[in-house]
Design a protein around this ligand. Structure first.
Ligand code: SAM
Length: 279
C-alpha cells in the first residue's frame, strides 16, 4: 500500500491526467455503450452533480417519470427549457420515434453547443438553441431580460414542455413570464412538467430546523435564497404564489409530487414536481 502511494506520488501530472481520461473513457463505454460519444466529460457537467453514474441515472429516472407520470408518447413535440448538457435528453433519443420533435433551449452556450454538435447530427429531430437570457448565476452577461423574454416558437407548437431544475434558479417575476410563455407555446390540452423547491408549511419547517440540503436563509417577497449576492444560485418559491400563477394563466394542476430535498419522509424524486395541463 505504502509502495503504491509512493508510485502514485512520483507519476508526473500529465501522465496522471492521461490515466484519468483513459479510465473515464472506459467507464463511459461500460455505462453508455454506443452512446458514449454523446456523453460529456465529467469536468464539463456544469448542470448537476458531475459524475457519469449520476448523468445516467438522472436521465433514466426522468424518462420513467415522463412515461409513467406524464404519459409521454413516442411521437411528441417536446420543448425542454434549460436543457443543460443533455442529461435528460439522451435517454429520449432511444425512446422517441422519427415523428417526434425535441427542442432544447438554454442560456448556457457550452451545453447547447455540445448537444448541437453531438446529438443533432445523429438524431436530426433533436434540435438545440442558445437563448442569450440574463441569469446572474449562469449567464451574467445575458442580453435579454428573463421577465420579458419571448420564447423563439409560435403559439401552440408543443404537446409537452419540461423544465428540470430551472425555476430553482429564477426569481418570481421571471417565473411568471416563463409560465406565461409555456402556456402560449403549448397546444390545447398539452402538459408541462416543472421541478421546484416549493416552500410550504412542511418544507419551511424543515428548512428552519436546518434539515434541508439548502439553507434558504435570505427571505424576500415570494421566495427564499441561499445567497444574497447571487440569489439565482438556488431559489425556493412560495407554493401559494406558484399555484396562483398556474390558476391565473389557465393551467389545471394534475398532480404535485414533493421531493426529498428538504428531507421529507415521503417523496417521489429529489425536487418537487408539478404536472399541469393547458386548458
Ligand atoms: C441545474 S441545471 C439543469 C439542467 C437540465 N434541465 C437537467 O435537469 O439536467 C439548470 C439549467 O437551467 C438553465 N437556465 C437557468 N436559467 C434559465 C433561463 N432563464 N432560461 C433557460 N435556461 C435557464 C441553466 O443554464 C442550466 O443549464
Amino acid at each position: 500500500m505504502q509502495m503504491l502511494n509512493i508510485v502514485k506520488r512520483i507519476i508526473p501530472s500529465p501522465i496522471k491526467l492521461k490515466i484519468r481520461a483513459y479510465r473515464e473513457a472506459k467507464l463511459k463505454e461500460k455505462l453508455f455503450g454506443d452512446y458514449a460519444s454523446l456523453v460529456p466529460a465529467v469536468e464539463d457537467m456544469f448542470d448537476g452533480p458531475p459524475s457519469l453514474q449520476h448523468f445516467k441515472s438522472n436521465g433514466e429516472s426522468f424518462l420513467e417519470i415522463y412515461q409513467e407520470i406524464c404519459g409521454l408518447e413516442q411521437d411528441e413535440v417536446m420543448l425542454d427549457v434549460g436543457s443543460g448538457i443533455g442529461r435528460k435528453t439522451l435517454p429520449l433519443t432511444r425512446y422517441f420515434n422519427d415523428n417526434a420533435i425535441y427542442w432544447g433551449i438554454d442560456l448556457t452556450k457550452v451545453g447547447v453547443d455540445w448537444c448541437s454538435e453531438k446529438i443533432t447530427p445523429r438524431f436530426p429531430n433533436f434540435q438545440f438553441q442558445h437563448i442569450d437570457v440574463y441569469n446572474k448565476f449562469y449567464n451574467p452577461l445575458g442580453s435579454h431580460q428573463p421577465e420579458k423574454y419571448r420564447f423563439p416558437f409560435d403559439d401552440e407548437t408543443f404537446s409537452f414542455v419540461m423544465l428540470g431544475s430551472v425555476f430553482t434558479h429564477m426569481l418570481p417575476a421571471e417565473v411568471e413570464n416563463y409560465l406565461s410563455e409555456i402556456h402560449r407555446v403549448l397546444k390545447q390540452d398539452g402538459r408541462c412538467l416543472i421541478t421546484y423547491f416549493l416552500l410550504d408549511e412542511e418544507s419551511l419547517a424543515l428548512v428552519d430546523a436546518g434539515n434541508s440540503d439548502f439553507d434558504f436563509k435570505y427571505k424576500f417577497d415570494g421566495y427564499r435564497t441561499v445567497s444574497r449576492e447571487v440569489p439565482e444560485k438556488v431559489i425556493g418559491l412560495e407554493e401559494d404564489l406558484i399555484w396562483n400563477l398556474y390558476a391565473q394563466l389557465g393551467f389545471e394542476i394534475k398532480r404535485v409530487d414533493y421531493g426529498s430535498w428538504c428531507k421529507r419522509k415521503v417523496y417521489l424524486n429529489y425536487q418537487d414536481m408539478i404536472l399541469a395541463y393547458k386548458r
